[in-house]
Structure formats: C-alpha cells, structure tokens
Design a binder for this molecule. Structure first.
Ligand SMILES: Nc1ncnc2c1ncn2[C@@H]1O[C@H](COP(=O)(O)OP(=O)(O)OP(=O)(O)O)[C@@H](O)[C@H]1O
Ligand SMILES: [Mg+2]
Length: 263
C-alpha cells in the first residue's frame, strides 16, 4: 500500500547538499508492522516522511495505494495525509490550547466534519486508547504517556490505512513505552492498518513483524520475524529465545542475528 522505488532525497543545507536517502526501495503492505532502525542522521525520518507523503523524492517514485505522489497536487497530498494516514511523533505535537478531545477531533474538523460528529468520533477514539477520562483535560494536565495516547487517538480518529510513528516512545519511561508499543502492536491485528515505526531502540523494534536497518541513506539489511503476532507478544517476545526466532529474509544473511538489545 506504501512503496518507495529507488528513492533518493537530497536537501540543500546552505552551501552544501546532503543526500539523506540514496536509493531506497521499500514496500509496506496493509496489516504489517515495520520498524525502521539506524544511527542518527541515517535518513530514517526522511524515509518515513517520504512514505507518508510529507515529502516528495528527489528521484525515484513514492506511491500510496499504487498512486505516484508526484502525480498529485499539494492539495491532494494533504488530503491523503489527513484522511488516510496517521502520524505520531516523539514530542506528541498536541496543541496546548486545545483539550484532549479537541486535539483528537481536529483532523476531522479539518476534513470538514461537523463539530458534533467530530466530538463523537473523538470520544470513541479516546476510548480505544483507554483515555475517555482525559477528554476535557489540557495536554499540560497529562503525563507523557497520556499525551502520547491522545496523539495516537488523534492519529486513529480518521480510521487511517497507515500509522507512521517517529520515535513514539523516545520521550517515555520504559513502563509507559510498553503500553504505547502494545497499543501500536494491536493496530495491524485489529484491521488492515499498517504501522511503520522509526526507533533507535532494538527492544521497541522487536515488536514489529519486520525490521529495516538504514545506514547512510541506504537499506543495510532487513529481517522478518515469524510467530510475532498478538500471541507472539504474550508468549514472551521479550526473552532472548524469541528474539532468536528472527528469520533472515535472504537480503543480508549476516545481519539476521543482529536483532538484539545491543544491536
Ligand atoms: N529538512 C531538511 N533540510 C536539510 N537537511 C535535512 C532535512 N531533513 C533532514 N536533513 C538531513 O538529512 C539527513 C538525514 O536526516 P534524518 O532526519 O532523516 O535522519 P534520522 O535517521 O531520522 O536521524 P535521527 O535519528 O537523529 O532522528 C541528515 O544529515 C539531516 O541533517
Ligand atoms: Mg529522525
């Protein structure tokens, strides 16, 4: 449903240009949970932005549901992002002057829904993340984990086909992180929603079905895990044994064993 075909992305930084992405091909299908890992500056966020139509390639093609993003106008791309993709960021990006419910309702209001309907759907979305009781609280009255759950509710309120997350637990303690990861893990299982999550952390990445390692703007390796679904979680994805059920995709055999907490 989302695809990059031999994509490059070059940024002008004053006098110099930076090649943030140097020929990445990646396909995400509905119902899949993919993690993107790699060192700082390796191009992870850029790849996520290209997948989510927040940015367009310098060369190569980025497709959403088979449609080339370059063939769309800015308006169409923005409509696509608002209605079919949810975004979750490290620092939550909630509007401080809006209450929880209003933050969640915002994408619907922007998409032209009535206040009443937006409020109703926002309530349902907050309920889905277990936060019905924060609908009338401002972000500053919430914990980090609560703010991130509101951000997830906001990302889900349009019932998107894809949820893209950039370091969603980067600012949370480990217990709260687990709650958020469990919530994200549940999304593909309860529908065809695809989740793509950028993370530095191998433990967080281990929640995914597939881990893509990026280095210097290229895909260095890709590992696919089997038996990691909802039941995989329950049966202890945390322990070393299940980490070693990581199976090579055949793309880079030498990296198959590198999905460890220290990787
Ligand atoms: N809007 C931009 N303008 C100019 N350069 C940019 C822009 N966005 C990213 N870059 C550059 O592209 C490269 C890749 O950046 P990117 O943000 O994708 O890395 P990252 O892997 O997400 O890093 P981090 O883990 O630190 O978030 C970096 O050298 C960065 O400075
Ligand atoms: Mg980044």
């Amino acid at each position: 449903m989302m695809e990059l075909r031999d994509v490059t992305k070059t940024y002008d930084q004053g006098r110099r240009t930076v090649q943030a992405v140097r020929g990445v091909s990646l396909r995400i299908v509905g119902g899949e949970f993919v993690s993107i890992m790699g060192p700082s500056g390796s191009g992870k966020s850029t790849v996520l932005h290209l997948l989510g139509a927040l940015d367009t390639p310098s060369s190569g093609a980025a497709l959403f549901d088979g449609r080339d993003l370059r063939a769309m106008s800015d308006r169409e791309r923005s409509h696509l992002r608002r209605t079919r993709i949810g975004f979750i960021f490290q620092f939550f990006n909630l509007l401080p002057t809006l209450k929880g419910g209003e933050n969640v309702a915002l994408p619907l209001l922007l998409a032209g829904k009535s206040r009443g309907e937006a409020r109703k759907l926002a309530e349902a979305s907050l309920e889905r993340v277990g936060l019905s009781d924060r609908i009338d609280h401002f972000p500053e009255e919430m914990s980090g984990g609560e703010m991130q759950r509101v951000a997830i509710a906001r990302a889900l309120v349009t019932n998107p086909e894809a949820v893209l997350c950039d370091e969603p637990t980067g600012n949370l303690d480990s217990v709260t992180s687990e709650e958020i990861l469990t919530l994200l893990r549940g999304l593909p299982e309860s529908g065809r929603c695809a989740v793509v999550m950028v993370t530095h952390d191998a433990y967080s990445a281990s929640y995914a079905d597939r881990i893509v390692h990026i280095r210097d703007g290229r895909i260095e390796s890709e590992v696919r895990k089997h038996n990691i679904g909802a039941r995989g979680q329950e049966s202890g994805i945390k322990d070393q044994e299940s980490r070693e059920t990581v199976q090579d995709t055949g793309i880079a055999p030498s990296r198959a064993a590198s999905v460890r907490p220290d990787a």
